[in-house]
Design a protein around this ligand. Sequence first.
Ligand code: PHE
Length: 336
Amino acid sequence: MHMDLGIEEIEKKALEEIAGADDEAALKDISVKFIGRKGLVTGFLRNISSLPNEQRPMAGKRANEVKKKIESTIADAIEKLAAVISEADSIDVSLPGRPGFRGSIHPLTVVNREICEIFVRQGFEIAEGPEVETDYYNFEALNFPDDHPARDMQDTFFVSEDTLLRTHTSPLQIRLMEKQEPPVRAIMPGRVFRCDSDITHTPMFHQVEGLLVGEDVTFGDLKGMLTSFAKEMFGEDKSLRFRPSFFPFTEPSAEVDISCVMCGGKGCRICSGTGWLEILGSGMVHPALFENVGYDTDKYRGFAFGMGVERIAMLKYGIDDIRRFFENDFRFLRQF
Ligand code: PHE
């Protein structure tokens, strides 16, 4: 049957089929059919020996030309198809633009700024200090007894015998008072470190320390200041509770609770049924600190407080796992 077809007919048929093919697979099939190992042109070439002697050179030459022609026509057709496809895939300039990705301010930064701004409006200055501290500023000058459990290796990351990562922002109280005479009115944000990790603790977290020292500072001033802070932060409808507590560097000391942000005080899972949520530690500056920085203990009184930024942010936004702040998941971060 192959031999029945002359080389001119084979060429004509091949070019017609190529012109009618509308995808790459069809073109590949045509290539196999005509110039593949068992293709028509290949068959024609193989049978040249059966032609009369004088026809052989001419027939061989034509068959090779036809083979090349089919090859190049198929290659051109494939190229054309590819061009059509890429045109279809390219940018449609009439579509509305896709907005680029914009970052947002981290929720801890938002809350940290908000805390500081509330106090700056009350006349507090902002102060900062080192994250790598000495035992003296982190503990000793703050009236921690030598055997206090907070010095234990379990809570504190020690860098050397008396160098450590600060476990709270309270050392900034000492650093600030050493540098200036009263009146002192400062808010001190910073990173702190404790060897602790679960759904409410991370080894690094943020605190904001407050310190006010002057001649007639009372516990009433502390209550008033923190009450107006908490209402600005969490809403006017919140009530505050000052609960007696203990810190070596304040006397008396109080922990401050706000009425539960979830149940409003009735008692729920978030507040463990108590109706209250602890937001910070506070108290009147212990006279031992004034002695350590050379302030006149008869003349001056002060109050101090310290709060955890993560904790405030979790309560404010209803976040139940502190680790969310540090996972950098855009789906979480974009919501603030
Ligand atoms: N430094 C205390 C803590 O980390 C908080 C605090 C600060 C308490 C200032 C009283 C006064 O728990």
